[in-house]
Ligand binder design. Structure first.
Ligand code: FES
Length: 170
């Protein structure tokens, strides 16, 4: 007979603790993984979104280009629709401006006002921008429209995340 026998109570206690811990780990691991998995996934930064606008079709006249992409925000996936005003400047460089007014975020339109041809017009409070996105002094916006970085793929326009307008000299 052993000098330190395990009592029936101790045996049951060890066994139940072990089995209980194993079962708890089995339940908690999927929950933990679900909780932190989206955070651990590597996000593509600075990625460009494809549009259906052919580079060859872009002229000196700004046109609205709508584009759609899937957005993953942690656990929530959704379709996002964005727009850009796109044209070629005098040197042939593609300009893609955000339509989001820098006053309070309304949507600006090219030639949106008969009184101000060849300008972007914001209907909310009469904001005006020049063709390159520069805000017109004396109107509500306090800064130029943001601009999308652009790329070409297979002859089509791709747009990045809007940045501070590089076409407006300070
Ligand atoms: S939101 Fe555009 S002028 Fe106010």
């Amino acid at each position: 007979m052993s000098k330190n026998p395990v009592t029936r109570r101790q045996f049951l206690s060890y066994t139940l603790t072990g089995v209980g811990g194993f079962m708890a780990a089995g339940m908690l691991m999927p929950m933990l993984r679900f909780a932190i998995d989206p955070v651990l996934q590597v996000k593509a930064s600075g990625d460009f979104k494809m549009t259906d606008k052919k580079i060859a079709d872009i002229t000196a006249e700004p046109v609205r280009v709508d584009f759609e992409y899937d957005q993953v925000d942690a656990w929530y996936e959704s379709k996002v629709t964005n727009s850009a005003w796109v044209y070629k400047d005098d040197s042939g460089e593609i300009v893609a401006l955000s339509p989001i007014c820098k006053h309070l975020g309304c949507t600006v339109n090219w030639k949106g006002s008969d009184k101000h041809p060849d300008m972007f017009y914001c209907p909310c409070h009469g904001g005006l921008y020049e063709k390159n996105g520069k805000n017109v002094p004396g109107t509500p916006p306090r800064g130029p429209l943001d601009a999308y970085p652009t790329q070409e793929k297979d002859g089509f326009l791709m747009l990045g995340t809007p940045i501070e307008n590089p076409f407006v000299k300070k």
